[in-house]
Ligand binder design. Structure first.
Ligand code: MN
Length: 743
């Protein structure tokens, strides 16, 4: 355990003006408060706040932060009170400890509604003073480092919370070093098997590459020196989690040096960064699509660096980060680098981008979204890396990674989003589903009188776009129902032999307990109100003699049905859409049975999955309506969807209806590349069997001397199940590539 004088020395090493007496007081106060408390490991509890303080001294933080770290668990876990801390130390330290006490009580991976609210409270506690977050991150880091003493359930819970909330927050604050360690420790606890496999291969490969890394470092340094550039070049091994995330993202196995090592070139000033880049690019061919200039366009968390990949020395792909020493410091320590002790001022650099982000997020809180919407908004939007795109007039639009032209359109203006019908990216017509890339110039093609298809809501990534689409489709759907209701009422009055007009209906509104005629039309259209009741409300003397009549076909189909389906009203006045020449039992292939668990299709429509590699529960899905055929369900990532991009009327917003847990398997298709060696098939089959996957079919597509391409059709419970199988396959040495095939 760190001794009292050691703590003081650590702080004095970077801050000679530190308040020694206050540090000593904190040490003794916390030691007394925690007394004989023990951690799960059996160590004295007091060792924990000291370790947390030590982590923060490495970040060279100010006295108040260090003292708050030493005291951070006293109010929650001991007899100490906030009043006492205010009096013994200062209100400033009291505020920090209070923030930490509040955060400690939050459960951030609880049920969804509570999760949103708790996350909001977390941000508010941080907003009081960013140093609260710095202490909390150090606290979480130490807890993650010592997680092995907890029960399996608690470990999983804490690791998940770390991965979902704290690692992204550290990233947002620009603290990459902290983020990487938090992610790696979470990964290790959440997926011990995959972690072990990757770590073992990492160790193997890095032992083999050690010489190579040294020679690349030397070669780069010399080439730069020959052009008069002094640079420090350092190869840096990536962590297991970042390799795993890359494997997941790009569906590849790792094999190359560039997958394992990144090289960092640190020079004196910005000018030299670009000169060094020039030397690198004129010496070795660059790999297209990998060049990023975060010096001219810094990330929101102030990260600045040039990224490029070249086919470098020894024909190795080499990933390079070129930056100045100051950029390097901010790249590693982020907001904590800004927080270096300055003139005794306890305030963090409020001009930093990370801090600005925090402020903006807090402002969003004030706009009063519901907790769930807020969580969706922040999780999806603010924790992700950005892509920067431009309007044709050169306006910069920052969007989260994964954003589509739909998000872009709504970011420009809600009206632009609502009337978007197509897009040109860099001058070429592109599907609205395209994921935007940094630097794309995006032009939105608009048409008046459009309504965004409801399915767009699940395609949009930004909270703003989703909310706007939800609003627009809500009113469009209402208009559709109202149109249908009006037709139904026209017929009903005609049958009754009575006159009907808006005027007459208005006179009966109070009897129908509705505010407007539109309300009545929509209610009838939705089947919430019977047409007979409306007739009676308008003509109270009317006797409905034909109440039990057979269903009457509605006068016309809905616009997007094309007349091929038959729209009718049954006895309960629910809308039914039936397709001529088909009955429920007929048809080909899986998924046609009545038990298909899809919500959003309240009509008698034949439903089937896309023929090649359909969707499994957990996938985001859309239905494509084909008149005369029914609805085909596609996973949202399916490339086949691009074919329907210009026909928004055919897109149906559908959802899974599988709350009761797994009781049905779904077909999925994987494309694998395996290394040709005895037993490789057996290993692959074993992984699938171990994970309770059913193999329906395996077919060999192509075989070269070294590799075999295999397509596996298997039946899985849901996406989680499928993902587990894919991760495990990717970690196998005999598997060089796994892709999910979507029809
Ligand atoms: Mn703690």
């Amino acid at each position: 355990m760190m001794r009292q004088y050691e703590l003081v020395e650590r702080v004095k090493a970077y801050n000679p003006a530190a308040d020694e007496a206050m540090l000593n007081r904190a040490y003794i106060y916390a030691m007394r408060a925690h007394g004989t408390q023990k951690r799960a490991s059996g160590d004295p509890f007091f060792a924990h706040p000291l370790e947390v303080a030590a982590i923060l001294t490495d970040l060279r933080l100010d006295d108040a932060t260090i003292v708050a770290a030493v005291l951070h668990d006293t109010v929650e876990d001991t007899a100490a009170t906030l009043d006492e801390i205010n009096r013994t130390f200062s209100p400033e330290i009291g505020t920090l400890v209070d923030g930490l006490t509040k955060i400690k009580r939050l459960d951030l991976v609880s049920k969804r509604a509570a999760q949103g609210e708790n996350f909001r409270k977390l941000l508010l506690a941080i907003a009081a003073d960013v140093r609260v977050l710095l202490v909390k991150l150090a606290d979480r880091l130490h807890n993650m480092r010592t997680l092995q003493h907890m029960t399996a359930e608690k470990r999983a819970r804490i690791a998940q919370e770390t991965l979902d909330i704290y690692a992204p927050l550290a990233s947002r604050m620009g603290m990459q070093e902290m983020r990487e360690e938090l992610e790696d420790l979470s990964f290790r606890n959440l997926k011990p098997d995959v972690y072990a496999t990757i770590s073992r291969r990492l160790a193997d490969l890095s032992a083999k590459s050690e010489r190579l890394v040294e020679s690349i470092e030397a070669d780069l340094t010399q080439r730069l020196a020959a052009k008069g550039i002094t640079a420090t070049v350092k190869g840096r091994q990536k962590r297991a989690y970042s390799i795993y995330a890359k494997m997941e993202r790009k569906s590849v196995a790792f094999e190359q040096l560039s997958d394992i090592f990144g090289f960092r070139v640190v020079v004196d000033d910005v000018d030299t960064c670009y000169r060094a880049l020039g030397v690198v690019h004129t010496t070795w061919p660059m790999v297209p699509g990998r060049y990023k200039d975060y010096i001219s366009t810094p990330k929101q968390n102030d990260y600045r660096s040039i990224h490029t990949t070249v086919i470098g020395p020894k024909s190795q792909r080499v990933e390079l980060q070129i930056r100045t020493g100051a950029m390097d410091e901010i790249g590693e320590y982020g907001i904590a680098a800004h927080a270096l002790y300055k003139d005794g001022s306890p305030h963090l650099a409020t001009e930093s981008g990370a801090y600005q982000w925090l402020r903006r997020t807090i402002e969003l809180l004030a706009e009063g979204d519901s907790p769930e919407e807020f969580l969706e908004h922040t999780k999806l939007e603010l924790f992700q890396d950005q892509v920067f795109c431009f309007t044709p007039k050169g306006r910069l639009i920052a969007l989260p990674r994964g954003a589509t032209p739909i998000d872009f359109a709504y970011a420009v203006h809600t009206d632009v989003g609502n009337t978007a019908v197509g897009t040109k990216i860099n001058g070429r017509i592109a599907p609205l589903l395209t994921q935007l890339q940094n630097g794309d110039e995006v032009e939105i093609v608009r048409a008046d009188g459009q309504t965004p298809p409801a399915a767009w809501e699940s395609l949009a990534v930004t909270g703003k776009a989703r909310a706007a689409i939800r609003r627009a489709t809500r009113s469009a759907v209402r208009r559709q129902y109202a149109g249908l209701g009006r037709q139904i009422l026209d017929r009903a009055f005609e049958r009754a032999g009575k006159n009907f007009s808006d005027e007459k209906l208005r006179g009966a509104l109070s009897r129908l307990a509705r505010v407007s005629t539109e309300d009545v039309f929509a209610a009838v259209g939705r089947g919430e109100m019977f047409s007979g009741d409306v007739v009676k409300a308008v003509y109270p003397d009317y006797k409905d003699e034909r109440r039990s009549n057979a269903p009457v076909p509605a006068p016309g189909p809905k616009p997007h049905v094309n007349g091929a389906g038959r729209l009718s009203l049954d006895k309960d006045q629910t809308v039914r859409l039936t397709w001529p020449g088909r009955d429920a039992a007929g048809g080909e292939g899986a998924g046609q049975d009545a038990g298909i668990p899809i919500r959003g299709l309240d009509r008698d429509v034949l439903v089937r999955f896309a023929p090649e590699g359909g969707a499994v529960p957990g996938d985001r899905i859309v239905g494509i309506l084909t008149p005369g055929e029914g609805v085909t369900i596609y996973p949202i990532q399916s490339p086949a969807l691009a074919a329907f991009d210009n026909e928004p009327d055919r897109w149906l917003d559908v959802r899974w209806d599988v709350d009761g847990g797994p009781h049905q398997r779904f077909p999925a298709r994987l494309a694998l590349q395996s290394i040709n060696e005895p037993g490789s098939f057996a290993q692959i089959a074993q992984v699938i069997a171990d994970h309770d996957g059913n193999i329906d079919n395996i077919s060999m597509r192509r075989r070269t001397q070294d590799f075999t391409d295999v397509v596996i059709d298997l039946a899985v419970w849901d996406l989680k199940h499928l993902t587990a199988i894919v991760s495990e396959l990717r970690a196998k040495r005999v598997v060089s590539r796994v892709d999910r095939v979507n029809g």
